[in-house]
Design a protein around this ligand. Structure first.
Ligand code: ADP
Ligand code: MG
Length: 318
């Protein structure tokens, strides 16, 4: 009796399944690119032109804040001159990118584990070698860097002072560039300088400005608006606004304690502003600032492709 009732029902289920199957697959296929896109790491290069404006402090604290929000963050320390992300975190890297280039270690072996799941790649002299590596070493390095796609939601690149080829290549290769400036005229002039080079070399670049060490929101807004105006007028380029951090002596104390500010003094004014930037500017689709849809990240693969192109160009001076 039960069989007699069940059979038609099973038959009906099988029929229905057959009917809806193509639609299920269609829907899954339609969803796949979006899901895959979400997993793609966003590469962000933090730069300034002028040294000492707070790039390294900002990279470290952005990384920790994003880590606290559940994001997987890897920092690439590309500041060869004064590589000090390790100082901010109180660590002493034993290995760096050179060891990967030489084939002595894998990328996994040189990754330094930091609080909140943040990991650091110490660039060392490997960074300056990138532009002139023989093909087999470039291949080895890029093969290793490709693994970052599965390990990170963000690759944050801390650059050194100056507007040199290495800095520019990392800016041009990234999905997004954060230009840090202070209200000082020299810092502003250098910020404009780097915005000029980047926007003229790759007009599709996404540049966000972060005003650091501002006396007030009013001062930060004034600086931001001035930069925006000159970029629009003279470079025909639209920059984005990322926000500002107040001048806060806790930042200096945190560096002395070799602990990122957001961990050392979470309620200090600069730490509060940093979290505000992270919660306002970094949204679900791992974009930062009001970035147009066409600037969806194309991951480590896109980053490496552009990086190799720009480094190759570097053989002829800019
Ligand atoms: N918002 C801030 N308020 C006060 N001091 C700051 C602030 N941001 C950075 N600093 C200080 O400025 C100095 C240089 O910062 P750093 O991050 O090393 O700059 P960069 O990487 O651009 O050279 C550090 O001593 C740091 O503590
Ligand atoms: Mg620095």
């Amino acid at each position: 009796m039960a069989d007699q009732v069940l059979k038609p029902i099973e038959g009906l289920i099988a029929e229905t399944r057959k009917l809806i199957q193509p639609y299920i697959f269609k829907r899954l296929e339609a969803r796949r690119p979006r899901q895959a896109g979400k997993k793609i790491a966003r590469t962000i290069t933090v730069t300034s032109g002028k040294g000492g404006v707070g790039k390294t402090s900002i990279v470290a604290n952005l990384a920790i804040s994003l880590g606290q929000a559940g994001r997987r963050v890897i920092i690439l320390d590309a500041d060869l001159g004064l590589a000090n992300i390790d100082v901010v975190f109180g660590i002493r890297p034993k290995r760096n990118l050179t060891d990967v280039i030489n084939g002595a270690h894998t990328l996994d072996e040189i990754l330094i584990q930091c609080p909140c799941g943040v990991q650091i790649i110490a660039g060392g002299s490997g960074i300056s070698e990138l532009a002139h590596l023989p093909p087999e070493q470039t291949k080895r390095l890029f093969e290793q860097l490709r693994f970052l796609e599965d390990k990170a939601d963000y690759l944050l690149i801390d650059t050194g002072a100056g507007i040199n080829q290495t800095v520019i290549s990392f800016c041009l290769a990234a999905d997004q560039i954060v230009v840090v400036t202070t209200p000082e005229p020299t810092a502003l002039a250098d910020a404009y300088g780097i915005i000029k080079v980047i926007s003229q070399t790759r007009p599709a670049s996404q540049i966000s400005v972060l005003v650091n060490r501002a006396e007030s929101k009013g001062e930060a807004d004034f600086i931001q608006e001035r930069l925006e105006k000159v970029a629009k007028e003279f470079l025909k380029f639209q920059i984005q606004k990322l926000g500002y951090l107040p001048d806060d002596q806790n930042m200096y104390l945190a560096v002395r304690q070799q602990t990122p500010l957001v961990l050392f003094s979470p309620m200090s004014p600069a730490a509060v502003s940093l979290r505000k930037i992270v919660s306002e500017a970094f949204n679900e689709s791992v974009t930062i600032g009001s970035v147009p849809a066409e600037s969806e990240p194309d991951g480590i693969e896109g980053f490496l492709g552009r990086l190799s192109r720009f480094f190759r160009k570097a053989e002829t001076p800019l």
